[in-house]
Write a protein that binds this ligand. Structure first.
Ligand code: PLP
Length: 400
């Protein structure tokens, strides 16, 4: 039977030509404006997901488009055998705003974590001779390469893939005793998401991060914050570590950094700078001029105090709305968790159903596992649009 619409024809072709790894919602988006995405047939969807924490400034943000166009006109790629202007300018901005010493650019979150873990091993071997192991946390998510999956603390991601590299240990988030128990002399780094994302939106407590910092200082273990999902303004500070006031040794960034173009970054302190040699790492595309230019606009915009305070204010508004949903539906919403504009709604066993019903009502959210519905709206969303999305969520919860 012939497809009924252009969108259907694309969905059919996808099944014929792409390797079937994704479980997608049946929408083919061809345009975006503000916090709305439009399919070919002209239907508007309210986006409460930002391409999974990517489109921080929504869609069609003029200064971002203009900066990208201008860079495309100049040169789109040169490789890291040479220097390029946007990459150096972006590094300067990140160093200035973070207080870290140096930056390494990559293309994705998994790659940023790979680099951080590789740097930690260099440190462990070059400084301590025999350290190579990692401590990560249950429920974490750090990427889809074999090493980042290995340190991901969720069994569903390990199925049919082991054995993973040796020397990976796990603790429980916000349980410092579990960390002390899991520590060995071989551990070179502890890696943690300040707010666990894919695992179901679990923020770290301040006490936990302070204790991790103390343990790492006492043993000269590196502390890595994976801010791929929770960084870049998402929780109301440019970097998540600034919210907690706990400074790690390495920060990994991606997703929102490029505002929609693929770029990741690894921020490192003097410990890493001191042991790094030319040739230790490289990337063909990392810090590509077009992606780096896009990221320059993102950093300039999101780092402004006015912008960040608006995120915090809208975050508080969203928290109140979700709290009201939880009290309206105590049997259906078990808990809400989050910070800033990063929230999870625990609806035991029904997250997929909620996400699908929201989609039918043209609001984009996602089920990060079978229990948790995740909200990661563009940081530029208005309170009116947030409210609209929440009211639709209210209807969906009432219908469950
Ligand atoms: C905390 C965290 N780290 C790493 C990654 C992997 O990023 P990417 O998909 O860009 O490789 C993700 C992706 O969801 C993430 O949420």
């Amino acid at each position: 039977m012939a497809p009924e619409s252009f969108s259907e024809s694309i969905i059919e072709k996808e099944a014929s030509y792409l390797l079937g790894t994704y479980q997608r919602m049946p929408a083919v988006f061809v345009r975006g404006e503000g916090v709305y995405l439009f399919d070919f047939e002209g239907n508007a969807y309210l986006d409460l997901l930002s391409g999974i924490s990517v489109n921080l400034l929504g869609y069609g943000y003029k200064p971002l488009k203009e900066a990208i166009h201008a860079e495309v006109e100049r040169v789109i790629h040169t490789s890291n055998l040479f220097y390029n202007v946007p990459q150096v300018e972006l590094a300067e901005k990140l160093v200035r705003h973070s207080g870290f010493l140096r930056v390494f650019f990559v293309n994705s979150g998994a790659e940023a974590n790979e680099v951080a873990l590789k740097m930690a091993r260099f440190y462990g071997k070059r400084k301590h001779g025999k350290r190579y192991a990692y401590l990560a946390f249950r429920r974490s998510f750090h990427g889809r390469t074999l090493l980042t999956l290995g340190i991901t603390g969720q069994e569903k991601f390990h199925k049919d893939l082991g054995p993973f590299p040796p020397g990976i240990f796990f603790g429980d988030l916000n349980d410092i005793e579990s960390v002390e128990k899991a520590l060995t002399d071989e551990i070179c780094a502890i890696i943690v998401e300040p707010v666990q994302g894919e695992g179901g939106i679990y923020p770290c407590t301040l006490e936990f991060l302070v204790a991790l910092r103390r343990i790492c200082d006492e043993r000269d273990i590196l502390l890595i914050f994976d801010e791929v999902q929770c960084g870049m303004g998402r929780i109301g500070t440019l970097f998540a570590f600034q919210h907690f006031g706990v400074r790690p040794d390495i920060v990994t960034l991606a997703k929102g950094l490029g505002g929609g173009l693929p770029i990741g970054a690894v921020l490192v302190n003097e410990k890493i700078v001191e042991i790094t040699h030319r040739g230790d790492h490289g990337s063909t595309f990392g810090g590509n001029p077009v992606a780096a230019r896009s990221a320059c606009v993102i950093v300039d915009t999101v780092s402004q105090e006015e912008f960040l305070s608006s995120v915090r204010k809208k975050g508080e508004f969203l928290r109140e709305c979700l709290e009201s949903l939880r009290s309206s539906f105590p049997g259906k919403v078990k808990e809400i968790r989050g910070l800033g504009l990063m929230w999870g709604l625990e609806v035991p066993k029904r997250a997929k159903e909620v996400a699908e019903k929201m989609f039918m009502r043209k609001v984009l959210v996602n089920a990060c596992n079978e229990d948790v519905v995740r909200l990661l709206p563009p940081l530029v969303i208005s309170e009116a649009d947030l409210y609209r999305g929440i009211e639709i969520l209210r209807e969906v919860l009432a219908d469950l």
